[in-house]
Design a binder for this molecule. Sequence first.
Ligand SMILES: [Zn+2]
Length: 181
Amino acid sequence: MTAWDKMRKRLKLNRPSLRQRARPPGLRTAAGTRFSAANLPSKLKLQHCSHCGHVQYPPTELCGACLEDGLVFRDTDTGGRLLARSDLHHSLWEYFKRRLQEGPWSIASVQLDVGPTVLAHLGPGNLQSGDRVQLFSHSDASQSSVLIAVPEATDLESRQARREIVTALGLDAAAIRPGGA
Ligand SMILES: [Zn+2]
C-alpha cells in the first residue's frame, strides 16, 4: 500500500459520508450500557425497584421514586399507548441521512402501562396518537439496545418475528446501504 492509498483510507475513516457502513449513534452512559446488555437476549427488560416497585426508564443508578439503590432489570409488560408521533425529514447523523433518502423516519413517545414514557422508533402500521401499541427492544448495528413501537396486535413472541420488523424498518446491521456517492 502506497502512502497515498494509506492517506485515502484514513480520510475515509474520518468522513462518515464516505464510509461504506455508517453506524447509528452508539454512545451510552454506564447505565445505558447495562440496559443494552440486559435487553440483548429478551423482548423488553426495564429496571424495577426492589423497594417500591417503581419501573424506571431511562436506566439510572437510583430509583426515581424512592431514591433507593435497588434497581433490577426484569422482563416487563410491553403494552402501552402512543402519545405523539413525529416524522423526521432531516438528520445530522450519516446513518439516518441514508435512511431519510427513502422517506421520513418516524419516531414516537409511548406511555407504557407499567408507568414510564419512552421514545421509540415507530414500526409499520400508520400508528396515530391514542393507538394501543407494543414495545420491544432491539440491539442495533452499534450493539446498543433501541426501542421499537408496533401495533398492539403484532406477534412479537418469536425472535424471528421481531427481526422481520427490524429488517422492514432498515435497522438491522445487514440492511446497511452504502451512500449514494
Ligand atoms: Zn423505588
